[in-house]
Design a protein around this ligand. Sequence first.
Ligand code: PGA
Length: 249
Amino acid sequence: MRRPVIAGNWKLYKTVKETVQFVEQLKPLVQNSSHCDIVIAPPFTALSAAIHAAAGTNILVSGQDLFWEKEGAFTGEVSAPMLADLGCQFCIVGHSERRQYFGETNETVNRKTQAALAAGLTPIVCIGETLAEREVNQTHTVIQTQFDEGFNNLTVQDFFRIVVAYEPVWAIGTGRTATPEMAVEVHKQIRQFAQQKFGSEASRELRILYGGSVKPNNIKGLMAQVDIDGALVGGASLKADSFASMVNF
Ligand code: PGA
């Protein structure tokens, strides 16, 4: 059985004070929610506060990005061992906003994924097509390339520890969610790529999240699909009650 993951990607939102407030509000709302991994991804500056506030609870903390080197002359970067040392258990890798605005490529996604794994973090690796790519029927090819290049040189053992998030770029922050059927079609393809590259068991065990305008009012339909193992939520994860209602889908 694949354990669902409901993850909140806060992007560039929340101060330390707002983070602590959020966690305090969230705690009682999810204290009995043992059916899934509950993950929040605050900005770097609020990670420590989030980890402190969530200590002893079922709320897990994730980075939003990392750099692949452990240490060195890389001004402004944060490494995987630094996140692990802080108490993070997950890290988002290859979010489409990183690809779009900060030059992330499948190759850098691959390096970051390997760095996260080496540090004991669970990478949540994001893949997804743009609207232009979907409109010319390139979805399958784009996803396959992101998958193959992003997971190049990974062992089967490594792959067991990965979470994939399918996030169609046209659905992120637009209020335009993929229908459960559209999402499932791609999730099935991803599972097939996983099978070809890493074998049946790894493919069966792979947790594939959907992301892109997930809200309290559409999460149920998405989570009802056998091939959707959770959600990566942006905008709707910023309020504790809204996030809690998605955790308790
Ligand atoms: P959204 O963002 O839920 O605001 O569409 C999702 C994401 O970027 O992970």
